[in-house]
Design a protein. Structure first.
Lengths: 337, 307
């Protein structure tokens, strides 16, 4: 079995604030294989964005800091030679960023510098990592714009961001991210700010690029629709911890963790239009506020005494399906000790 | 009034004043071009530009505009009212006021230019350092700015001139120093806010160096408010120079500095009002001109990057 392109082991990213140390990402481990689309799902504040920023080395410091764990990145050639992104020099990290691991953000409207043309920004990105002439970089820019399905690429290349719509800008962001043929593309809620129809187009584009170029995608989202559309495997996070992981069919068809079950139940369904929409009672706890027991205990419909006293471990339910819940202790074995 | 201006708000009026091409033309519209169109539509700004252009022209062509020198004294021509020989009259030493105002324009514009440039350069550097490095560097620089801003600017300028000695050059230096925190704070706040923009995060995610991001993304995006502030400061600087001149701390005789002319003539304000009126009017017009341009630029640049 080939080793994963990105492997995160026991990652701990904490924020040091006036109110004390807050574990935004608490002992998170997962991996992404080459060419795979991994979804990271969870509510706002569950640590999914901080996880992605940790991989990029972009956690705002202060107050944030990676206090433990490792992020192993393996290039396509020489896959067994792994680099730990937590430990590499800043210079090396900069060289990897944008070249081998690229990222796109939630807000396409503000992710492009308003003062420069689209072409200028793609050329800048290409020339940052590749020794090419301006002319070559410009040709690459037009090629990338065509690749992401932008019409009139030769003209758009000289236009300014404010002349483009949100969907178009997100395509440009993807073009910039893909311009150096990265091994991993991290997408932090790339479709959240877009219209539903545009969302589908952008997802289609990403899936297409994933297939054509073999780029692994780490898709951060709170939208299970997006997950169903594009992901191969899913990691569900809650309050800084992974509560369930597995392949997309298993997670969506037969979720094990009460939180995942709740998430799926709260999706609106066409079939029962009369009933009220389900929502998980309560709110996401503040990170670090729960010191003991399962973090979901306070909102869990199946809670019992032990949940508030002991931390559940991530259990292996077979075929890469993991779940952090006492309910399944008889079925599974502990994977993450 | 309301109804009179109504039709002009139509977005695509044909005519030379509104040559904004349609988006459909596929022409690249840079934010600067957009601002230029906005500025051209602003009548007050145009008036300001005309006033300042007028003063710049008379400053450049001063020797061609008059047959007198600004320092030639003539006892026979003392305190004469405006006439064909002396368009704006003469002062108590018989010097031609028109000549002195024309040459004074050179001084005022120069003071404005150099004082603003100095304040702009040093203020921006300090502002960038404070905004970019943050923490204790920011603490120290910001507190120094706060202390400087705690003084009324003219008082601080007087203190600086008192230390350096009264001369036009020292007045200029004092005005530059007094204006440093104004630019410093502006640039600092702009750098801090732009650093949090998503396109800066995106640039970092592309693996760009901090220095490159600062020069290529943070600075260009901070330029608009700096230009506006510089234009407005031009007026203030000229006013401050005139005030220092009036107090005898700036230009020394016989330099035809407008503020100095005012103070030299103030005892004749009733017997020969033109000696005070015209220098005063010149100061007012130049400051007004710069303020009008500044306001126009702000309107054109500040709601910037709107689509």
């Amino acid at each position: 079995m080939t080793k994963p392109v990105l492997e995160i082991n026991n990652l701990q990213t904490h924020f040091f604030t006036d109110r004390g140390e807050i574990p935004a990402v608490d002992d998170v481990s997962f991996s992404i294989n080459a060419g795979e689309v991994l979804g990271i799902v969870g509510e706002s504040g569950c640590g999914k964005s901080v996880t992605s920023l940790s991989v990029m080395g972009l956690v705002p410091n202060p107050p944030g800091k990676i206090v433990g764990g490792e992020i192993l990145f393996r290039r396509q050639e020489g896959r067994d030679k792994a680099e730990d992104l937590v430990k590499v020099s800043r210079k090396r990290l900069r060289a990897i960023r944008g070249d081998q691991i690229a990222m796109i953000f939630q807000e396409p409207m503000t992710s492009l510098d308003p003062l420069f043309t689209i072409g200028h920004q793609i050329i800048e990105a290409v020339r940052n990592h590749r020794k090419v002439t301006k002319k070559q970089a410009r040709a690459k820019a037009v090629e990338m714009l065509k690749l992401v399905g932008i019409p009139r690429a030769e003209e758009i290349v000289d236009e300014y961001p404010h002349q483009l719509s949100g969907g178009m800008r997100q395509r440009v962001m993807i073009a910039i991210a893909m311009s150096c043929d990265p091994e991993v593309l991290i997408a932090d809620e790339p479709t959240t700010a877009l219209d539903v129809t545009i969302q589908a187009q952008i997802l289609e584009l990403m899936k297409d690029l994933n297939r054509k170029k073999g780029t692994a995608i780490m898709m951060i989202t709170h939208d299970l629709g997006v997950v169903a559309e594009i992901c191969d495997r899913v990691v569900v996070m809650y309050a800084g911890k992974i509560v369930e992981e597995g392949d997309v069919r298993t997670i969506l068809k037969s979720p094990k963790h009460p939180y995942t079950q709740g998430l799926i139940r709260s999706l609106p369904k066409m079939s029962n239009r009369d009933s009220r929409l389900y929502s998980i009672p309560g709110n996401v706890p503040k990170p670090g506020s729960i010191k003991q027991g399962c973090r979901f205990a306070a909102r869990c419909p199946e809670v019992f005494d032990r949940c508030t006293q002991e931390n559940p471990e991530l259990l292996n339910l077979g075929e890469g399906h993991g779940c952090r819940c006492f309910l399944y202790e008889k079925e599974g074995k502990i994977v993450n000790v | 009034m309301e109804t009179a201006t109504e039709p002009k708000k139509q977005p695509h009026m044909p005519g030379p004043d509104n040559q904004k091409p349609n988006q459909a033309d596929g022409e690249a519209i840079s934010p600067w071009k957009e601002a230029y169109w906005q500025l051209r539509k602003n009548k007050l700004a145009i008036v300001g530009i005309i006033i300042i252009t007028f003063f710049i022209l008379i400053a450049i062509f001063a020797p061609l505009l008059t047959n007198y020198t600004y320092h030639s004294i003539s006892a026979a021509d003392r305190l004469q009212g405006p006439s064909a020989a002396h368009w704006l009259g003469t002062d108590d030493l018989g010097r031609d006021i028109f000549t002195r105002i024309v040459y004074g324009a050179r001084i005022s514009l120069m003071v404005g230019f150099f004082a603003v440039s100095g304040a702009l350069i040093f203020g921006s550097i300090l502002g960038i350092i404070a905004g970019y490095y943050g923490r204790w560097v920011d603490m120290i620089i910001s507190r120094i700015f706060d202390i400087m801003l705690a003084f009324p600017s003219i008082l601080l300028a007087i203190a600086i001139v008192a230390i350096l000695g009264p001369s036009l050059q020292n007045a200029l230096i004092a005005i530059a120093i007094v204006n440093i925190p104004i630019f410093g704070r502006l640039v600092r706040s702009k750098v801090i806010s732009i650093r949090q923009e998503e396109y800066i995060m995106a640039a970092k995610a592309q693996g760009m160096k901090n220095g490159r991001i600062l020069v290529h993304h943070v600075l260009p995006n901070s330029v608009a408010p700096i230009i506006v502030q510089a234009t407005l400061s031009f007026g203030t600087a000229i006013l401050e120079a005139a005030a220092l001149g009036f107090l005898g701390l700036g230009a020394q005789a016989p330099t035809p500095e407008w503020g100095k002319m005012l103070s030299d003539s103030r005892q004749f304000i009733q017997s020969a009002p033109w000696t005070v009126l015209f220098p005063g009017l010149s100061i007012m017009l130049v400051v007004l001109g710069f303020n009008m341009i500044g306001d126009g630029l702000r309107d054109a640049l500040d709601p910037k990057m709107k689509s």
